[in-house]
Structure formats: structure tokens, C-alpha cells
Design a protein around this ligand. Structure first.
Ligand code: HPA
Length: 271
């Protein structure tokens, strides 16, 4: 595994020359427009990179884009790998581990999620303050990669408190509110039944989605500080559940996208 990661990192280093990304950004479903704010130096399709899995979801474009955001060197994943696509957890987190080998110091993650907290609304942003992992596996199972991190990594403070507070200030200065809460990660790809939404709410989650937690676990294993934000694309409280179409999720994500982009851009600027 380490050899594969190193091969991918070496390939990328050759292509990006002296642009050493300091920050890694993973963009969720319908949330790709942040790249329009980048001064792009290189865009490398996943298919070109040795050992990289290839993205299959139509709404993801499958590129690693290098450039500057707010004047800082970043690498952006346009399109991520989900467990429900049939990838194993090693594949899901492969790019995050490669980012670490490229020298990335902090990880920023976005996703689309269903709202479980009744105070939320469609197109709200929720800064993730903690998570619950209900994926059927996780990327640390198996032989520990000692070069990357310890066998039993601590998970008592997964989401960087300083960045959470900074995000609140940025939002307030920009004139919008953001929610805070707990994200629960489920395997999908089906959405939840009303009974499942009730259950997820009962166990303490404010939003539910099908991604993020594996990548975040891998990042924390490697000691990378993490900031993550959900865009609430549909409300899942008993009185507000309706049939969800991908087009509705994309529409709700598009409305929230400029706020999410601003939040990540300004956090990168201040990092
Ligand atoms: N459930 C799970 N994942 C999701 C949802 C949801 O309601 N909305 C967007 N991603």
C-alpha cells in the first residue's frame, strides 16, 4: 500500500513541479464550483494517475486540480470515491493519503447531506463538529500503516475547533448564519426510510450523508487537522420527508454553494 501511495505521489510531484499544496479540499455532490475561484496550474484526471481509483458517479468529474486559492497552494479533488460505488475503504481514502505524501497540512471537506435537526432548513450549511460512523467498515482496518499514523488513533477531537470558530466569524462577517452539528455517515446508496431517519436523529445526528467520515478518519490517523461542512439538501424530519431526486439535491446544493465556497476560501486565506 505504501509503495502504491508513493508511486502516485511521485507521479503527481513530477507533474506539478514546485507547486507544493498546503491544503487539500474535497468537494461534494453539486459543490464543484469552488474550482472557479482557483488560479489553476494543473488539472490531472484520476484515470491518468497510477493506482488511483476512477470515479463513476455522473455528477462528479474525477480530477485532481492544483492551483492557488486566496493566494495559497491547494489541491482539490473534484469528485470523490464512495463506498457505495463498490470501492473498498483503502480506495475511498487513497487520495487523502496521497495528499499527505504531497505535503498537505490541512484537509477541507464538503458534502451534501439530509437534515435531521428540525431547526435546519434546505440549503443551510452545517459545520461538522463531530461524527458517527455507520459505514460498514473503515480505512484503518487491517495491518496498520505505521508510516502514516498509530494503530489506535484518538478520535476525541476530530474536527479542528479553531477552524470551527473561525468559520462562525467568517459567516457572521459575510452576513449569513451557519448551523453546527453531528454528521452521521451511512453506506447508501439508497436514502433512508422514515424509521431510519428517526433512529439517526435519536442516536444524536443532525445530518446524514454517504461520505466524508472515511476520508476524515484517514486524515486524523495521519494527524491532519480537518474542517468539514455539510450542505443540507433535503429535510428528513417526520413532517418534512418527501421523495428525493438527485436533481433536487443538486438544486439545493447550488443555492448553498456560494456560501460554502466563501467559507472554505476564507478559511484557507486565514490558515
Ligand atoms: N440521506 C443520505 N444521504 C444524503 C441525503 C439523505 O437524506 N441527502 C443528501 N445525501
Amino acid at each position: 500500500m505504501m509503495q502504491q501511495l508513493q508511486e502516485s505521489a511521485e507521479y503527481l510531484k513530477k507533474h506539478i513541479g514546485d507547486l507544493a499544496p498546503e491544503f487539500g479540499i474535497i468537494l461534494g455532490t453539486g459543490l464543484g464550483a469552488l474550482v472557479n475561484e482557483l488560479e489553476i496550474s494543473h488539472a490531472i484526471s484520476y484515470a491518468e494517475i497510477p493506482n488511483f481509483p476512477v470515479s463513476t458517479v455522473e455528477s462528479h468529474s474525477g480530477k485532481l486540480t492544483f492551483g492557488h486559492l486566496a493566494g495559497r497552494p491547494v489541491v482539490v479533488m473534484q469528485g470523490r470515491f464512495h463506498y457505495y460505488e463498490g470501492y473498498n475503504m483503502d480506495q475511498v481514502v487513497f487520495p487523502v493519503r496521497v495528499m499527505k505524501l504531497l505535503g498537505v497540512k490541512k484537509l477541507f471537506v464538503s458534502n451534501a447531506a439530509g437534515g435531521l435537526n428540525p431547526r435546519f432548513d434546505t440549503s443551510d450549511l452545517m459545520v461538522i463538529t463531530d461524527h458517527i460512523n455507520l459505514q460498514p467498515s473503515n480505512p484503518l482496518i487491517g495491518k496498520n500503516l505505521d508510516e502514516l499514523g498509530p494503530r489506535f488513533p484518538d478520535m476525541s477531537d476530530v474536527y479542528d475547533e479553531h477552524m470551527v470558530r473561525e468559520a462562525m466569524v467568517i459567516a457572521e462577517d459575510a452576513g449569513f448564519t451557519v448551523q453546527e452539528g453531528v454528521y452521521v455517515s451511512v453506506p447508501g446508496p439508497m436514502l433512508e426510510t422514515p424509521a431510519e431517519y428517526r433512529y439517526l436523529s435519536f442516536i444524536g445526528a443532525d445530518a446524514v450523508g454517504m461520505s466524508t467520515v472515511p476520508e476524515v478518519i484517514a486524515a486524523r490517523h495521519m494527524g491532519m487537522p480537518v474542517f468539514a461542512v455539510s450542505v443540507i439538501t433535503d429535510m428528513c424530519t417526520p413532517d418534512r420527508i418527501k421523495k428525493v431526486k438527485l436533481s433536487d439535491i443538486l438544486e439545493a446544493a447550488a443555492i448553498a454553494e456560494p456560501r460554502m465556497t466563501l467559507l472554505i476560501r476564507e478559511l484557507v486565506r486565514r490558515s
